[in-house]
Design a protein around this ligand. Structure first.
Ligand code: 5GP
Length: 184
């Protein structure tokens, strides 16, 4: 793992306030509907847990796990499923709860996978929308925070399985100069 520092981007309080606001919006939009929230493992587990505890309506929760091939900080297009849904979404309203929509390739694949199960609607709720990095068009219907780019950790998000338990969201600053500065 390259030398790096963590720089706070979004505090615990900012996250809590935003999650409450998102939950209020979701509850108002889905009132009276048969809502299934599908958490994408592992990164979204803390976000989903906080979201449903602020949600003033009944909801079923299920999980899906996607494995994508790439390096630890760059995702790529090769996607497989390592855990599928356990509930039926036929005729139901599905809200996918994802940690980050970056290039959009993972969500494009997942939307295709879910649409084949005949849901009434499928929308996306993402903790972070990295809107500048999109390779394919992918709307985020409920976005916690919009950041242009950068690799972030904390609040469920990892870097090589570290940092998921941090309460805030931090940007990983890679100290390329630290390692290289003594050369010559
Ligand atoms: P996409 O297919 O949209 O490029 O990639 C989405 C996935 O890449 C996310 O679900 C997440 O697992 C991973 N990812 C993208 N950006 C970041 C980031 O800044 N931090 C972490 N921890 N994972 C990221």
């Amino acid at each position: 793992m390259n030398a790096h520092r963590l720089v706070l981007k979004i505090s615990k309080d900012e996250i809590q306030n935003r999650v409450r606001a998102l939950a209020a919006q979701i509850a108002s939009d889905y009132q009276g509907k048969d809502l299934v929230m599908v958490g994408v493992l592992k990164g979204a587990f803390i976000f989903l847990a906080d979201l449903i505890r602020s949600l003033d309506m009944p909801v079923e929760v299920d999980f899906i796990r996607i494995a994508s091939y790439g390096t630890s900080t760059e995702s790529s297009g090769g996607i497989t499923l390592s855990k599928d849904l356990e509930c039926s979404i036929d005729g139901r309203d599905v809200l996918v709860v994802e940690d980050i929509v970056d290039t959009g390739l993972t969500m494009r694949w997942l939307m295709g996978h879910l649409q084949r199960r005949n849901p009434r609607t499928v929308k996306i709720c993402a903790l972070i929308d990295k809107y500048e990095r999109r390779a394919v068009e992918m709307p985020v219907h409920y976005a916690g925070f919009r950041i242009p780019s950068g690799f972030v950790v904390g609040y469920g998000l990892d870097f090589a399985e570290k940092y998921r338990g941090l309460q805030g969201i931090y940007e990983v600053a890679f100290d390329a100069m630290v390692e290289g500065s003594h050369a010559g």
